[in-house]
Ligand binder design. Structure first.
Ligand SMILES: Nc1nc2c(c(=O)[nH]1)N[C@H]1C(S)=C(S)[C@@H](COP(=O)(O)O)O[C@H]1N2
Ligand SMILES: [Mo]
Length: 401
């Protein structure tokens, strides 16, 4: 029998995956084995562990739910990647200390090198780095953009200089500033209107108290993929505000007019265009998801199971408790936290030991903040599929035999 067009397509994708280093062993017929890549990792992220990642595109790579493990910090080899523009060349990280960043909207504006920043102050912060569209894949209207499930997020440890220390050295913020506006170090071909492509984001200026300019990620110099040589980290804020290869930090009266601020990353009803009156993707909301079990349709052996996962917020009120349900939310039991408490912006790991008899289970988690806020059951429908923290879509359905 001749293969159908879709079988040929599957085989072609498999060949691509195999040549990209996917798990080729044991392949029978034309079906893709679990864990196989259908696309190759982009060059900037070629160092990542291919079997642990789902490659949506050259600019969108997420961590498999099964790959998060139980260690609290997300290894760089597993961390998701998202680029809105094509990254600068690797040459910018050859001599990280030489990278310059321009400061404006302060009493003494000017450029400082990373070497100079290192003399000014030192801090580190653990924070969840999460794309605004994490969970987009669960929206039924299929918003444009990568259909991330749970893995456009990771728990990361950054070290660098507090922005407030730099601002102090530069004589303080000029009166009237309401925003901290930061610009990525990408370069664009002449003829393109920079406003349409530049990665430039404004956040409330008071975030300077929390923000750091980081040169290390999880104990190593930041790789280019994650914004080396220098990245602005605003703990608790959605990924897009954490500007990679940052080349300018300015205190401004108005939000930048760049598209990525003015019309993109705005929460709005399905079908509506983005505009500056709609909420911007700034502070993250309260969220949790299980990481074990990790796959819908998984078959488990009857008996004990450690249900574990992660819970986090943007920091307004820390995670206070997590509950786990094995019956799709009919009943809930309190989980226990394990691992270190890395502060209000990091994720906290939770575990609930359960004993499962043969049957079908829908395993879910929901976080409760210290101020009583409860992680909601349902997503809030919105055009771009942002900010999904509904626990139901994040639940995992398994069969126990
Ligand atoms: N300069 C620059 N910074 C950027 C981006 C970018 O394209 N360029 N993408 C943003 C988005 S949308 C996200 S989700 C995060 C992704 O960070 P990561 O690739 O290190 O995981 O970086 C943010 N910072
Ligand atoms: Mo993002």
């Amino acid at each position: 029998m001749k293969p159908t067009a879709s079988e040929i397509d599957l085989a072609r994708r498999w060949l691509l995956a195999a040549s990209a280093g996917g798990a080729a062993a044991g392949l029978g017929g034309l079906s893709l084995p679990a864990g196989a890549q259908t696309k190759a990792l982009p060059p900037v992220a070629a160092f990542k562990d291919a079997d642990s990642m789902i490659v949506h595109s050259a600019s969108g790579v997420e961590t498999r739910r099964s790959a998060f493990g139980t260690s609290g910090i997300t290894d760089v080899d597993l961390l998701f990647l998202r680029n809105n523009a094509s990254p600068p060349g690797e040459s910018i990280i050859a001599d990280p200390d030489a990278w310059q960043v321009q400061f404006d909207g302060v009493a003494k504006p000017g450029a400082l090198t990373v070497a100079e920043l290192k003399r000014i102050g030192l801090a580190d912060v653990a924070t969840v780095l999460q794309c605004s569209g994490n969970g987009r894949g669960f929206f039924p209207h299929k918003p444009s953009g990568s259909p991330w499930t749970v893995g456009a997020a990771g728990n990361t440890l950054w070290s660098g200089v507090p922005v407030r220390d730099v601002v102090r050295v530069l004589g303080g913020v000029q009166g009237g500033a309401r925003y901290m506006t930061s610009t990525g170090g990408e370069t664009f071909p002449a003829g393109i209107d920079p406003k349409t492509v530049v990665v430039e984001r404004s956040v409330p200026w008071t975030e300077l108290e929390n923000a750091i300019l980081a040169w290390e990620l999880n104990g190593r110099p930041i790789p280019l993929a994650h914004g080396g040589p220098l990245r602005l980290i605003i703990p608790g804020y959605y990924g897009v505000n954490n500007i990679k290869y940052v080349k300018r930090v300015a205190f401004t009266q108005d939000e930048t007019g760049a598209n990525i601020q003015r019309s993109s990353y705005r929460v709005r009803p399905v079908g509506e265009k983005g505009n500056p009156t709609q909420p911007s993707m700034w502070q993250m909301n309260l969220k949790s998801f299980v990481t074990n079990p990790s796959a819908n349709g998984q078959m488990l052996r009857a008996g004990p199971l450690q249900v574990h996962g992660v819970a986090f917020t943007g920091g307004s009120s820390p995670v206070g408790a997590v509950e786990v349900s094995t019956d799709g939310g009919k009943t809930w039991r309190a989980a226990r936290f394990f691992g270190p408490d890395m502060g209000p912006y990091a994720w906290r790991q939770f575990v609930l030991p359960v004993t499962l008899q043969p049957g079908s289970y829908l395993i879910a988690s929901r976080a409760i903040a210290a101020d009583g806020t409860l992680q909601p059951e349902l997503r809030v429908e919105n055009e771009r599929g942002y900010a999904h923290n509904g626990w139901r879509d994040h639940a995992v359905a398994v069969t126990v035999a």
